[in-house]
Design a protein around this ligand. Structure first.
Ligand code: AVJ
Length: 323
């Protein structure tokens, strides 16, 4: 069940209820500039492909962020007060969290939030075995809605954790809205530790989203595989190619699926027409400079505090304080 909320939905990050895939595909492909929301990448195969992406030589963000966390975890957890609650938004398998938990105070309570119940229960088992003194109290749900913390934890100090530069999928106004939504779980004086990918040489960015092995291409094309399987279509995958470009004005990587030929694809009995070279925009991945992200944080009523980066300034981990 989705909680009733007056806060605007953040469609880019939301998981889909039954039938939402079909309506999103219809809606996105009916626009003059065709789009498909990037949240649909992550079916079973898509999640597997994303895991593979994180291990690619060209895809620096995951390993760089993990390296920053490993190097600075000791300093990061100095901001964790006694008895604090660590809340992770979209925790998945909590892989990166282990780096922090390794150094965290032993009386910490960890609250991972994720839509995947199976990921949460696997993580709970693994973490409780490895950190017997840490209580793991998962919340199954969608972190883009305001999260309410259990009453028995309400008086404890809180730290939020949002690694992975996931917020980069959102336009800056939506990113600002999400940072505000986090305040439901992180009242005044709470901290938020958030991973942000940094602006860099465009060629390096494009390579990270257009790897030689073709894994990102398969990840992108998997959207069409899903349409074929789930909506009974017969799209010829050979007629579409993956494209990743850096749009310097927007400061973002864009992924597209480009139709090589003029064609109609049929989805549930409805044709969608493509001209040769016409594109479906499937993902944005915004890149920030450190001051640029800090400005966004301020606009959402967060005070930028410490920042950690790697030696090459490829990726950043920010500590924000709720004001
Ligand atoms: C999971 C949103 C951080 O934007 O880098 C990776 C997704 N897309 N390769 C990113 C992604 C293509 C990734 N995030």
């Amino acid at each position: 069940m989705r909680p009733a909320s007056t806060i605007a939905r953040l469609p880019e990050l939301l998981p889909e209820p039954e039938g939402e895939f079909a309506s999103a595909v219809f809606e996105g492909l009916s626009k003059p500039k065709k789009t498909l929301p990037c949240r649909f990448f992550y079916d079973a195969r898509g999640s597997e492909l994303f895991e593979e992406i994180t291990r690619l030589p060209e895809y620096y963000p995951t390993r760089t962020e993990a390296q920053i966390l490993r190097t600075h975890a000791g300093e990061m957890v100095k901001g964790f007060d006694e008895g604090c609650v660590l809340i992770e938004f979209g925790a998945g398998l909590s892989t990166k969290t282990e780096i922090l938990l390794d150094r965290a105070p032993s009386d910490l309570t960890y609250v991972p939030i994720d839509v995947s119940e199976s990921a949460l229960s696997a993580a709970k088992q693994r973490l409780e075995a490895r950190f017997p003194s840490i209580a793991v109290r998962p919340i199954v749900g969608d972190f883009s809605y305001p999260v309410e913390i259990a009453p028995d934890l309400a008086s404890r100090p809180r730290v939020g954790f949002f690694p992975g530069s996931t917020i980069g999928n959102l336009t800056p106004p939506d990113a600002e809205r999400l940072l505000r939504t986090f305040k439901a779980a992180l009242p005044r004086e709470s901290r938020l530790i958030i991973g942000i990918d940094l602006k860099k040489d465009a060629r390096q960015l494009v390579m990270a989203y257009n790897d030689v092995a073709g894994v990102t291409a398969e990840f992108n094309l998997n959207l069409l595989v899903r349409i074929n399987r789930e909506l009974g279509s017969t799209i010829d995958l050979e007629t579409f190619r993956h494209e990743a470009i850096y749009e310097p004005r927007e400061g973002r990587i864009e992924m597209h699926l480009v139709s090589a030929i003029a064609q109609a694809i049929w989805i549930s009995g409805r044709p969608f027409h493509f001209e040769a070279g016409e594109r479906i925009h499937t993902e944005n991945s915004y890149k920030y400079s450190i001051p640029q992200f800090q400005e966004l944080a301020r606009a959402a009523s967060w005070a930028p505090n410490r920042v950690w980066t790697d030696a090459q300034q490829q990726f950043s981990v920010h500590e924000l304080i709720s004001v």
